[in-house]
Design a protein around this ligand. Structure first.
Ligand code: NAD
Ligand code: ZN
Ligand code: ZN
Length: 337
């Protein structure tokens, strides 16, 4: 079968390898689509922390069952599936407390263990997510959407509250989609007007604000002077993160989905007087994956709208570095097998 492996930073190799031999508890999947994400690019560039090479990248996958677990399995050959691509240890303190998404020893496909830039992959059956009724394009968007759904769930976004979501990339757009599903009044903020327009058109956000144009006054006007009761950051930009507090109402909460490498700081009196709740949001759980699939299936979320670029598997090594450059208008690029 064909496979693309990242041998070292900056170097991909397309190679032929044997198909995986199914081992106990596992199913073999045929990969149909691979979404490309920032993690893949950082791994390729050599800027992803805690990353070892060689590594097969790719964790946003649309698959179908190639070899079922056994003849009694719910999933027969050809059944559409994706899987939760982070494997927790099931014994650490986070796992024991029902937080496998932030397991101390989490193994991410395409990060710590080999991922999906390959024709066939085997995974434990318990990691599967049933993709019945979803197209391959939609299935490949389930994982990035689940990141957003998780952030919305743990922030407990409520009906009619004003929520500011900074960063209208694929992750932020997922946050917006699920904040809308919870009934919030969603304000999208970015520095890229095309992305803001996109958020309005395909993800139904109520208001858009350019971060570079009197953002505080605009948000004050939208919220009748009260500011927003939740900010969810999906920029991974230090300046945006440190600026979140000035848009936040007293009693409000900030959730950081985006990540960056530096320390960040808040003015302590400003943080204190709001009795601010600050938390991060990492990965997603089965509950979030199921919520995403359900809302794609019932037509409430147009996940496939994220896909702006398509690449045949055989061309991937040539075009990969361009696939995350916003100047090309890319939102989400997808590889077709
Ligand atoms: N929580 C998780 O488990 C998880 C999973 C995947 C990705 N992420 C992180 O989520 C973040 C977003 O990922 P993405 O793929 O959507 O990235 P992206 O780069 O496509 O999108 C980020 C957006 O933020 C905007 N932005 C940058 N600086 C800004 C500023 N100062 N003010 C307003 N907008 C600004 C950019 O214009 C861009 O549209 C990244 O930090 C990524 O590492 C987190
Ligand atoms: Zn991803
Ligand atoms: Zn664990």
């Amino acid at each position: 079968m064909k496979q693309i492996i990242c041998l070292e930073p900056g170097k991909f190799e397309r190679r032929e390898v044997n198909e995986p031999l199914k081992s106990s508890g596992n199913v073999v999947l045929k990969v149909n689509r691979i979404g490309i994400c920032g993690t893949d690019l950082h791994a390729f560039e050599g800027t992803q922390p805690f990353f070892t090479y060689p590594r097969v990248l790719g964790h946003e996958l649309a698959c179908e069952i190639a070899e079922p677990l056994n003849e009694n399995s719910k999933f027969k050959a050809g059944h559409p599936v994706t899987f939760i691509p982070y494997f927790p240890c099931n014994s650490c303190i986070a796992c024991r407390n029902g937080r496998p998404n932030c397991c101390t020893n989490i193994q991410g496909a395409g990060v710590h263990i080999d991922g999906g830039m390959t024709e066939y992959i085997q995974v434990p059956e318990h990691a599967l997510i049933d993709g019945e009724g979803l197209t391959s394009d939609e299935l490949a968007m389930v994982e990035p959407m689940a990141i957003g759904a998780h952030a919305v769930r743990i922030t407990e976004i409520r009906k009619d509250e004003y929520v500011l979501i900074t960063g209208a990339g694929p992750i932020g757009l997922g946050v917006m989609a699920f904040a809308k599903i919870n009934g919030a009044r969603v304000i999208a903020m970015d520095v890229n007007n095309e992305r803001l327009e996109f958020a309005r058109k395909y993800f139904g956000v109520d208001f858009t604000v350019n971060a570079l144009e009197n953002a505080k006054e605009t948000i004050s006007r939208i919220t009748g002077g009260e500011m927003v009761t939740a900010v969810i950051d999906a920029t991974g930009n230090k300046r945006a993160i440190e600026g979140a507090l000035e848009f936040l109402a007293h009693g409000g909460r900030i959730t950081m989905v985006g990540i960056q490498r530096e320390n960040f700081s808040f003015n302590h009196p400003e943080f204190h007087k709001r009795e601010t709740t600050l938390r991060s949001s990492r990965n997603a759980t089965r509950e979030d994956f199921d919520h995403v699939v359900e809302n794609i299936r019932n037509g409430k979320v147009n996940a496939a709208a994220l896909i702006s670029h398509r690449v045949p598997f055989d061309d991937l090594t040539k075009v990969f570095p361009t696939l995350l450059n916003p100047l090309t208008g890319v939102i989400k690029a997808i590889v077709e097998l």
